[in-house]
Design a protein around this ligand. Structure first.
Ligand code: NAD
Ligand code: FES
Length: 280
């Protein structure tokens, strides 16, 4: 069993849990994910690691309850435990394998959308610990949905934008990126975008036009996270890849987002039925 040492809410419907998982904490790197199972018959949920502390042996996850299993998971409190907490899985971010001296020469921008803000954090923190300060755009629908502002401010140059303009800049992340480049004279050599699929699709459309190589995280299409179910099959350039074993991060210029988004809708009927059963 994996004890939840601390649980809180980052917004009305976004949950954070710090889990006692020393083996995962010892070996994980930014970009990797874990599979959590709340109880014996529960579904396996792949979640990108949001933070880790090797000394304390803890791993932090952030999630939004959207299906039956994550709704059940959100009921867990400080002191409860996960039945299973397996990892680290997937490949670490490419940044980890890039020589630090090379990274120091690059101007890096991270684009974080909604709940996807959480998995951006360990990468930005990793860079900061090596003396590299990246720019980060956090995009959320409204002020109440902006998460981890304080944590990010300590490790990066932060730009926040809300769709409705209720906090800081107004507009989507793409508008903010365009303004930074065209109105504020910023230039970038590398972009990492993590958030809803539609956001990553439009970020890539824009970064392509500016010729800024862009990495995206295909975590949203994973189901079992083990390479067995085939749900996370992806067209990446001429190749077929599996998000859970070959990713979750890929070259955004090569990902077929339309196919990936179609694939995500495949399980909607089953999920809907399961949600109805939960309510009955
Ligand atoms: P959201 O719908 O509130 O969107 C967040 C931000 O993304 C918006 O504020 C906007 O700035 C930007 N955005 C959305 N649509 C856009 C568009 N068409 N063009 C440009 N920018 C756009 O996000 P949410 O509801 O918090 O997101 C939940 C989704 O995030 C889920 O689908 C989940 O799968 C995904 N997610 C992805 C990862 C990952 O690793 N990629 C991790 C966690 C969550
Ligand atoms: Fe099942 Fe990748 S999530 S094969």
């Amino acid at each position: 069993m994996y004890k939840i040492l601390y649980a809180d809410k980052l917004s009305e419907n976004i949950y954070r849990m710090v889990v006692d998982a020393p083996m995962v904490a010892r070996h994980c790197e930014p970009g990797q994910f874990i599979i959590a199972k709340a109880y014996e018959e529960g579904e396996r949920i792949p979640l990108t690691i949001c933070d880790f502390d090797r000394e304390k042996g803890t791993v932090t996850i952030v999630f939004q309850p959207i299906g039956v299993s994550t709704i059940e998971m959100a009921k867990l409190k400080t002191g409860d435990a996960f039945e299973d907490f397996v990892g680290p899985l997937g490949r670490p971010s490419d940044l980890i394998d890039t020589p630090v001296e090379e990274l120091k020469k690059k101007k890096i921008i991270f684009i974080a959308g909604g709940v996807g803000t959480a998995p951006v954090y360990p990468q930005v923190k990793w860079l900061h610990e090596r003396g590299i300060t990246a720019d980060v755009i956090i995009g959320a629908k409204t002020k109440d949905l902006v998460i981890m502002e304080k944590e990010f401010k300590e490790v990066c140059n932060l730009y926040i934008t809300t769709d409705d303009g209720s906090y800081q800049r107004k507009g989507m992340v793409t508008q903010c990126l365009q303004d930074l480049i065209e109105k504020e004279g910023k230039t970038y050599d590398h972009c990492v975008a993590i958030g809803p699929m539609i956001m990553m699709k439009f970020v890539v459309k824009m970064t392509k036009s500016y010729n800024i190589p862009t990495v995206v995280s295909m975590n949203p299409i994973m189901v079992d996270g083990t390479g067995m179910c085939g749900a996370c099959r992806l067209q990446v350039g001429d190749e077929i890849k599996f998000a859970c074993v070959d990713g979750p991060e890929f070259d955004g210029f090569l990902v077929d987002f339309d196919q990936a988004m179609k694939r995500m809708t495949m399980y909607k009927t089953e999920e809907g039925r399961a949600l109805l059963a939960l309510k009955e």
